[in-house]
Write a protein that binds this ligand. Structure first.
Ligand SMILES: C[S@@+](CC[C@H](N)C(=O)[O-])C[C@H]1O[C@@H](n2cnc3c(N)ncnc32)[C@H](O)[C@@H]1O
Length: 235
């Protein structure tokens, strides 16, 4: 039975696509370690390090993200990289259940205090390796994908990124929505943001809307944002 499973064509093709060598795993683990260290430093500086409560860019971005959801209601949502819960609060009002996931324990501690709602479940995990156990009819990934090992950096990174994306999007229910929102300051950054959406489309999601927020002052200079809404066909 086990032998038959191992020899099955679909198992073989999965292994060929996704099995990472020890060296590749070490490279990815190093990237995760560096990202974790950076985030510990950022959230260790004190509450609201990204100025979500006051930055013109962030407030505009959150309001456009909410507008793109168009007042729809959702059974169950997943927010990847919820940070201190500023957008989780909006999601909690629109969704029957929210799973809000972040790598940073410090950020999650503040998020729990900001959004005291019993239908929000907080998860501390690295989304790159996290295994979702249920399906969601909304997924939100905002200002988070560029923290993951960049797929352009080499075949191991490419494989790991697609493994993460496929694993996650497999848990988006038919008819479910994916909202992406990532800021950029340069044309090169915009190309990376567009690439996220192209990968989602390549995995069969249908683009419902795409918009850009124009120049907004930010402490790192001028920032723009690409927001995209996708639907998984098959409802
Ligand atoms: C810039 S904040 C974005 C917060 C929020 N999504 C927003 O729209 O403003 C990025 C968040 O992603 C989290 N993050 C980064 N890499 C992650 C990973 N691999 N797994 C889970 N969370 C991660 C960070 O801890 C941080 O809270």
């Amino acid at each position: 039975m086990l032998k038959r499973l191992i020899e099955a064509r679909w198992v073989q093709s999965l292994v060929a696509r996704y099995d990472l060598s020890i060296l590749e795993r070490l490279m990815l683990a190093r990237h995760d370690f560096t990202a974790r260290h950076k985030l510990r430093r950022v959230f260790g500086r004190g509450a609201d390090p990204y100025q979500y409560a006051s930055s013109c860019y962030e407030l505009t971005r959150f309001s456009r993200m909410a507008a793109l959801l168009g007042g729809r209601r959702f059974r169950s949502a997943l927010e990847v990289g919820c940070a201190e819960g500023h957008f989780t609060k909006t999601l909690a009002a629109l969704c029957g259940r929210v799973t809000a996931l972040d790598l940073s324990e410090a950020a999650l501690g503040r998020a729990r205090r900001l959004v005291r709602q019993p239908h929000v479940t907080w998860v501390q995990a690295n989304v790159r390796t996290w295994q979702p156990e249920e399906s969601y009819d909304l997924m939100v990934m905002a200002e988070v994908l560029y923290y993951l090992p960049p797929p352009s950096k080499g075949p191991a990174y490419e494989k790991a990124f697609m493994l993460f994306l496929e694993r996650l999007l497999a848990r988006l229910a038919p008819g479910g929505l994916l909202l992406l929102a990532h800021g950029y300051g340069t044309a090169a950054d915009l190309a990376v943001r567009e690439d996220y959406g192209q990968r989602a489309a390549g995995l069969g999601l249908r683009r419902l809307a795409s918009e850009r927020i124009g120049e907004q002052p930010h402490d790192k200079g001028m920032l723009y944002c690409l927001l995209e809404l996708f639907e998984k066909p098959g409802a």
